[in-house]
Ligand binder design. Structure first.
Ligand code: MN
Length: 230
């Protein structure tokens, strides 16, 4: 007995200080989670309900070259703190949530903004705007056991050396522990899950040749270059 077609490989992320890797299971994302970004998108910030969406696990990439995707004329970066889940759980309390976080990373929720807004405007799902190939670049994962828990600190991003996003993790509308509590009421969280927690204001379009460097205090940087379409 074998597979009738070749199984796709598990996406792996390097872990700082370890020779072992983090195997990606699911990729959850939180939208509309910094007030200034909600406003720049033309909406009014509110808390309930949280805006959750997903990307496929193989959208996660760890290489520094990110090909410009097909089907868009408005390809945006969104710089985000990413939670890496290390333990299975449902109905997790906010107080217990830190125990489910293996570590943290810096990520980009790359977005085909024209397709996202077009789909949302007619009541369609966001998948074609959010869940495409290579849409989730990520840094190495920093274990919470080493860096502590990241609930505040600067999150920033520069395009070609010019700062475009500059905010503080403490400005999250839904905090890390609340996100885990809310998500775990809707899904069984599993080791290997990633949660992209949302982007601050300053999103914008990029084109091939642009160099993006994102940083979160306490974690390292994530540097990527947008390359020609595949
Ligand atoms: Mn986002």
């Amino acid at each position: 007995m074998s597979f009738v077609v070749a199984p796709q490989p598990t996406t792996e992320i390097t872990v700082v200080g370890s020779s072992d890797t983090f195997p990606v299971h699911r990729v959850y994302c939180v939208g509309k989670n910094y007030a200034d970004h909600v406003k720049e998108m033309g909406s009014t910030p509110d808390r309930d309900p949280p805006c959750f969406f997903m990307k496929p696990a193989d959208a996660v990439i760890t290489n520094s070259e990110v090909p410009y995707p097909p089907g868009t004329k408005n390809y945006h970066y969104e710089t985000e703190l990413v939670l890496a889940i290390g333990k299975e759980g449902r109905n997790i309390s906010e107080a217990d949530a830190p125990n489910y976080i293996f570590g943290y990373a810096v990520g980009f929720d790359m977005t085909r903004r024209d397709l996202q807004m077009g789909a949302g405007g007619i009541g369609h799902p966001w998948d074609i705007g959010k869940g495409f190939d290579h849409s989730a670049p990520i840094s190495s994962i920093y274990p919470a056991a080493d860096v502590g828990h990241i609930n505040q600190g600067r999150i920033s991003m520069a395009v070609n050396g010019e700062t475009r996003q500059d905010a503080d993790i403490s400005q999250l509308i839904w905090k890390n522990n609340e996100i885990i509590a809310q998500l775990s009421r809707l899904f069984l969280l599993k080791p290997g899950d990633l949660i992209y927690t949302g982007t601050p204001a300053g999103v914008g379009a990029v084109v091939p040749g642009d160099k993006l460097v994102a940083a979160v205090d306490g974690l390292g940087e994530l540097a990527i270059e947008i390359t020609s379409p595949e």
